[in-house]
Design a protein. Structure first.
Length: 554
C-alpha cells in the first residue's frame, strides 16, 4: 500500500521564468524556488509553496500562443521550439487560497516543463490524485431562488459559481424556482436523487429551509418513518447540501463557513467538504409542523419576521425597520416553557470556546448519541419515568429563542448563542423575561459587541435536547383557522378575546422558524443530532503560526 507521503513526481519546472523544484505526493503539491546561494537569509521572503491535493480545484494544459496544442488523442501536434532547441509545454494548477475573514479564492500557478511528455505526466498525475478523492461531488442538483435577498441569485450563480463548477468538472442540473415551495415539492416527488451527489441551494435561510424540508421528508418516507410522531428516530439524509448565499440574513451559510461569499461556498462544494448539522423537529399536538436548523424565535424575532414579510420589497433592509418597530412596540408574551436539559453531553452555552472546524464537542456528542441513541431516546420521552428531569419555567417573556447553532450572521458576527454547536445534538434555549426597553436594548446590543448577552438578570440560557412552549391563553385550532382566514395580513394575527389586556398587548406571537412564520404558538421541539450534512467544514481557526515558508502568508 502506498503511504501518503510517497513521492509521485519530482521535476525542475519553471514558474514565471524562474526555476523551481516541484514535487507531488498523495497529499501535497510543493514548489520551491531554486536559489543560487543556499545561505539562509531571515528577511528574504519565503520561496516555497505547499498546496494540499485536497485543495486543488483542477489542472489544465495550456495552449501555446504560437499554435502548439494538444490533439484529441493526447499527443502534441506542434511543439514550440525554445532558443536552445528544446520543446516546452505548460500546465496550470488552480487551487484554494485563503483570504481574510474565512474567504477562499481560486488562485492559479502555471508551470512550464522542458518537454511535452513531462507536462502530460504532471497533468495526468494530478488528475489521478484528484479523481481518487471520493468525497468530491460530480453531479449536483441546483435550485436558485431568483427573488431571495437583493434578487441577485441567478446572476451570482451564473457569473461566479457556474464557471468554477465547469472548471472543476462538476456537472449540474439547474432549476430556477418559479414559486415558493417549488424546490421542496420537486425534491419530495419529482427529483431523481440517485443521479446526484448533492443539492445546491442559491438563496437565503428560507430557501435552505425548503431544501431540507424536501430532503428530510423524502428520506423519512423512503425509510418508513412517521414524521408526525415526535418520538421517532429520524433517518439521516445521505445527500449533502451546499449553500450559495443569496438571501437576506444567510445565517446558515455564515455560521457554517464563516462568511457569506458565493465563491467561498462554491469552493467548499468543489473540494467536497462535509459538515454534519443538527435539525430540530417542531410538532403541535402530535402533528409535524416544520424543521429548524438555526433560529426558532417567539416574541421579538417572531414579530420582526411577521412584520417584515409585508416589507419584502425593501430587501434585507426590511429586518432593520421591523426590528426597530418591534423594539419600540415592546410586546411581551405569557406562557410556560418546559425543557429537557442536555445531560451527559460536553459543553455549555456559557463556554468561552466556540464551535470550529473539526469541533471536538460535536464529535464527542455525536458519537455518544449514536452509540447510546436508543437509551437517550427512551429517557427523553416526556411521559416515561424520567419525567422528573423536565424543568418548567413560567412567566412573561419578550423573547423565547432556540438556537441550534450560533446563528452568527453579518448583523451579529458572534450570533444569538455564540457557544452553540452545529452538530452536538442540542439547542440553546434563551429566555428573555419582561424587562424595560432600556434593558432589552442592552441585551440586543450585546449581540454586536464582546459583552455577554446572557449576563443579565432577566436572561437565562439552557442547553436542551427538547422543549415545549404553551402560551398562557391557549389557542384552539379553530382560533388558528379563523386567524389565518381573517387576519392574514395583520401584524399580530391573534384572537385575544380572552385576554384581559386586549388592546394593549396581544396574547400570542408567532414562531420565527429559520425565517418562516409558524402561526401555532404551542409547540414541542426536539433536536435530532447530525440529521443532515452540508458542503462546509465549520469555521476554520486562523493559523496560530503563520507558514513562514509561504510568501502568501507574509
Ligand atoms: C439595536 C441593535 C440590534 C442588534 C440585534 C442583532 C441581533 C441579530 C441576531 C440575528 C439572528 C438571526 C438568526 C437568523 C434568522 C434567519 O433564519 C431569518 C431568515 O433569514 P433569510 O431567509 O436569509 O432572510 N432572519 C431573520 O429572522 C432576521 C432577524 C433580524 C433581526 C433584527
Ligand atoms: N420563485 C419564487 N417565488 C417566490 N417565492 C419563492 C420562490 N422561490 C423560493 N421562494 C420563497 O422565498 C422565500 C424567501 O427566500 P430566501 O431565499 O430565504 O430569501 P430571503 O433571505 O430574502 O428571505 C422562501 O420562503 C422561499 O420559499
Ligand atoms: Ca446544536
Amino acid at each position: 500500500m502506498e503511504r501518503p507521503g510517497r513521492l509521485l513526481l519530482l521535476s525542475e519546472l519553471r514558474v514565471r521564468n524562474a526555476a523551481y523544484d516541484v514535487s507531488l505526493n498523495r497529499s501535497l503539491l510543493t514548489w520551491k524556488k531554486r536559489v543560487s546561494s543556499p545561505v539562509y537569509h531571515p528577511f528574504r521572503p519565503s520561496l516555497s509553496h505547499n498546496v494540499p491535493v485536497s485543495e486543488i480545484i483542477s489542472v489544465r494544459e495550456e495552449e501555446e500562443e504560437n499554435g502548439s496544442r494538444q490533439k484529441e488523442d493526447g499527443s502534441w501536434k506542434k511543439m514550440k521550439e525554445q532558443e536552445g532547441g528544446d520543446c516546452r509545454q505548460s500546465f496550470t494548477v488552480m487551487y484554494v487560497e485563503r483570504g481574510r475573514q474565512h474567504r477562499w479564492r481560486c488562485a492559479e500557478v502555471t508551470f512550464t516543463c522542458s518537454d511535452g511528455a513531462l507536462c502530460q505526466r504532471w497533468v495526468s498525475s494530478i488528475r489521478e490524485q484528484l479523481a481518487s478523492i471520493g468525497s468530491r461531488p460530480k453531479h449536483l442538483l441546483v435550485y436558485i431562488n431568483p427573488f431571495g435577498g437583493k434578487r441577485q441569485g441567478k446572476r451570482v450563480y451564473e457569473q461566479k459559481v457556474a464557471p468554477l463548477f465547469a472548471q472543476a468538472g462538476v456537472s449540474t442540473h439547474v432549476i430556477v424556482t418559479e414559486y415558493a415551495n417549488h424546490a421542496r415539492d420537486h425534491l419530495r416527488t419529482g427529483a431523481e436523487l440517485k443521479k446526484y451527489d448533492g443539492v445546491v441551494c442559491v438563496g437565503g435561510d428560507g430557501m435552505f429551509s425548503e431544501i431540507i424540508h424536501g430532503l428530510i421528508w423524502r428520506t423519512q418516507v423512503d425509510g418508513g418513518v412517521d414524521l408526525n410522531c415526535p418520538d421517532e428516530t429520524l433517518s439521516p439524509c445521505s445527500l449533502r447540501i451546499g449553500i450559495i448565499p443569496a438571501g437576506s440574513t444567510d445565517c446558515i451559510c455564515f455560521a457554517t463557513v464563516g462568511t457569506n461569499d458565493p465563491v467561498t461556498s462554491a469552493l467548499h462544494i468543489i473540494v467536497g467538504d462535509s459538515q454534519p448539522m443538527d435539525v430540530c423537529s417542531v410538532h403541535h399536538n402530535n402533528a409535524f409542523l416544520r424543521f429548524s436548523v438555526s433560529l426558532l424565535g417567539y416574541g421579538f424575532y417572531g414579530d420582526v419576521l411577521t412584520d417584515s414579510e409585508r416589507k419584502r420589497w425593501m430587501g434585507p433592509a426590511r429586518y432593520d425597520l421591523s426590528g426597530l418597530k418591534m423594539f419600540l412596540t415592546h410586546h411581551y408574551y405569557e406562557g410556560t416553557v418546559s425543557y429537557l436539559p442536555a445531560r451527559g453531553t460536553m459543553g455549555t452555552p456559557r463556554d468561552a470556546s466556540t464551535c470550529r472546524s473539526g469541533c471536538a464537542v460535536c464529535q464527542h456528542n455525536g458519537q455518544l448519541l449514536s452509540e447510546k441513541g436508543e437509551k437517550y431516546e427512551l429517557s427523553d420521552a416526556p411521559d416515561c419515568e424520567s419525567e422528573g428531569e423536565w424543568r418548567t419555567v413560567r412567566g412573561k417573556f419578550l423573547a423565547i429563542n432556540a438556537a441550534s447553532m450560533s446563528c452568527a450572521c453579518p448583523r451579529s458576527p458572534k450570533g444569538l448563542s455564540p457557544a452553540a454547536h452545529l452538530a452536538d445534538g442540542t439547542t440553546d434555549l434563551i429566555l428573555v423575561r419582561k424587562c424595560s426597553r432600556f434593558d432589552f436594548l442592552r441585551h440586543l446590543l450585546r449581540h454586536t459587541s464582546k459583552d455577554d448577552q446572557f449576563d443579565l438578570t432577566f436572561v437565562e440560557v439552557h442547553r436542551v435536547r427538547r422543549f415545549r412552549f404553551t402560551p398562557r391563553y391557549c389557542q384552539s385550532d379553530s382560533d388558528l383557522e379563523l386567524d389565518l382566514q381573517e387576519n392574514k395580513h395583520q401584524i399580530f394575527s391573534q384572537i385575544c378575546r380572552d385576554h384581559p389586556a386586549c388592546g394593549c398587548t396581544p396574547a400570542y406571537s408567532s414562531w420565527n422558524c429559520d425565517g418562516e412564520i409558524l402561526t401555532h404558538a404551542a409547540i414541542d421541539v426536539r433536536a435530532h443530532c447530525q440529521l443532515i450534512k452540508l458542503f462546509a467544514r465549520g469555521i476554520e481557526e486562523p493559523p496560530v503560526f503563520e507558514d513562514l515558508t509561504n510568501p502568501c502568508a507574509i
